[in-house]
Design a protein around this ligand. Structure first.
Ligand code: G6Q
Length: 503
């Protein structure tokens, strides 16, 4: 349920915004996306994450590929392996069942599975999943410190299987596994050589890279170039989730996405949840000049949802170039930020209530909690409703004075109100609802990208830093002092690092 009654719009503005969606061709571009047209023009690709959640009896052939058959063939293989691991039939190299799963991936190959794993942790059973993304070796070290190699499975999640951070972490995971199985597990020779096949899976589109790493092709679960990284949690990249919650619940997760996909395709624009949220965001960003947008879940299970949306939204619509290559002449994606609500109340809500910036926010609540200790859920929900009320209606100086507050403090205790929020209430945090929620935001981002005229499915802005880092690596690792040709600031930083590090 989306309540958008606390927004700064009236009927005229709303009518004009809906007309804008029509004029910008939201409907036409939606049809083009679902049909598999190459709307990702800078990479000449279809954009078909929606095909990942089509039911098995649907049909869609794109660029000569029977997409639905391929998706369900992979899902079937994933299901088979997930059941074997979950039941204990799949054992590691020393014969022990798998108890810990470590997803090694970054960006779209990390944020989605991690966020959903947290969101659905009430659904998980014996397996524990861990997520290592950062190339900082501390991340892997702290994750593996208390794990037993004999009962640990690594999922190397990388669409390209070339990502520097993920490959570095995958290699250190392999070294840790083999060293541990050799020393504590007593394995050697062929048993040790065969261990990678029992403890590693790959979630990737790059079969050659996976084989070169030494992962058994039978343990590789593929997807396709028409699935963008940040849109891939419902592909094989979700394997950790399937292992944690089981194939049936994973099916429900996909069904939730599909339900929202259908709503998005068929509901009239003015009653279409992703369209409504997209248009409100356009109103605030382009017409009222609000620069940021907060996502504030009142659910601890959704603690990583803001971080997930940061990537989904900012990597998709943080662009200054239009589809045709010309520069935009209007603002595009807002800065997305947020934290679980009640924690935020005791931290940054001061600025949201009384700061000089207006921060439109999505407040997300769950009506029926998975667990309710001591009636605390009503307390949580009271805070949720109170914040939205306070932000919208504020408190006037007269109201403050009427409470007998000294004149000197009246302005300090006055709240302007008119600070807009959306309220999203989910009946329960089930796999299906989480799927719906993700698809809601995927399509919101799509609507906005369409109106702004940008390609929401490329991410050229992440390339320059990667390219420069590749050049700097040898300048840090070389024994001899390198000949540095950066700007003066960067040269000085590299020299400082080389001179002060202790090795
Ligand atoms: C997402 C981006 C990016 C990507 C990572 C990991 O849309 O493309 O976040 O997911 O760079 O890439 P790999 O999965 O190829 O390792």
């Amino acid at each position: 349920m989306l309540d958008f009654s606390k927004n700064l719009i009236d009927d005229d503005i709303w009518g004009a915004l809906v007309a804008l969606a029509e004029a910008a061709g939201v409907r036409e571009r939606t049809s083009a996306m679902f049909a598999g047209e190459h709307i990702n023009n800078t990479e000449d690709r279809a954009v078909l994450h929606t095909a990942l959640r089509l039911p098995a009896d649907a049909s869609l052939t794109v660029d000569g590929q029977d997409v639905v058959a391929d998706v369900h063939e992979t899902l079937g293989r994933m299901r088979h392996v997930a059941e074997a691991v979950r039941s204990g039939a799949w054992t590691g190299a020393t014969g022990q069942p798998i108890r810990n799963v470590v997803n090694v991936g970054i960006g779209g190959s990390d944020l989605g599975p991690l966020m959903v794993y947290r969101a659905l942790s009430d659904y998980r059973e014996d397996l524990t999943c861990h997520f290592v993304s950062n190339v900082d070796p501390t991340h892997m070290h702290e994750t593996l410190r208390f794990l037993d190699p004999a009962e640990t499975m690594f999922l190397i999640a990388s669409k390209t299987f070339t990502t520097q951070e993920t490959m570095a972490n995958a290699n250190s995971a392999k070294a840790w596994l083999l060293a541990g199985l050799e020393s504590a597990g007593g394995l050697s020779g062929a048993d040790l050589d065969g261990a990678v096949a029992k403890h590693f899976m790959a979630l990737s589109t790059n079969a050659e890279g996976v084989a070169a790493f030494g992962i058994d092709p039978n343990n590789m679960f593929g997807f396709w170039d028409w699935v963008g990284g940040r849109y891939s949690v419902d592909s094989a990249i979700g394997m950790s989730l399937m292992l944690a919650i089981g194939p049936e619940e994973f099916d429900q997760f996909l069904a939730g996405f599909h339900e929202m996909d259908q709503h998005f395709q068929t509901a009239p624009l003015a009653e279409n949840l992703p369209v409504i949220m997209g248009l409100l965001g356009i109103w605030y960003r382009n017409f009222l000049d609000f620069e940021t947008h907060a996502v504030l879940p009142y659910s601890q299970y959704l603690e990583r949802f803001p971080a997930y949306l940061q990537q989904l939204d900012m990597e998709s619509n943080g662009k200054s170039t239009k589809l045709d290559g010309s520069p935009v002449d209007h603002e595009t994606g807002p800065i997305i930020w947020g934290e679980p609500g009640t924690n935020g109340q005791h931290a940054f809500y001061q600025l949201i209530h009384q700061g000089t910036s207006v921060v439109p926010a999505d407040l997300i609540g769950v009506v029926n909690p998975a667990n309710d200790v001591g009636g605390q859920h009503d307390l949580l929900m009271a805070n949720l409703f109170a914040q939205a009320e306070a932000l919208a209606f504020g408190k006037t100086g007269e109201e403050v004075e009427a409470q007998g507050i000294s004149v000197a403090l009246v302005n300090h205790k006055t709240f302007s109100g008119n600070r807009p929020t959306n309220m999203i209430l989910a009946d329960e945090l089930t796999p299906g609802i989480v799927g719906q929620l993700i698809a809601l935001y995927e399509h919101k981002v799509f609507v906005q990208g369409t109106i702004w005229g940008v390609n929401s499915f490329d991410q050229w802005g992440v390339e320059l830093g990667k390219e420069l880092a590749r050049g700097i690596v040898p300048e840090l690792t070389s024994d001899a002092d390198p000949d540095l040709n950066h700007d003066g600031s960067t040269n000085a930083l590299i020299n400082h690092y080389r001179a002060t590090r202790r090795r």
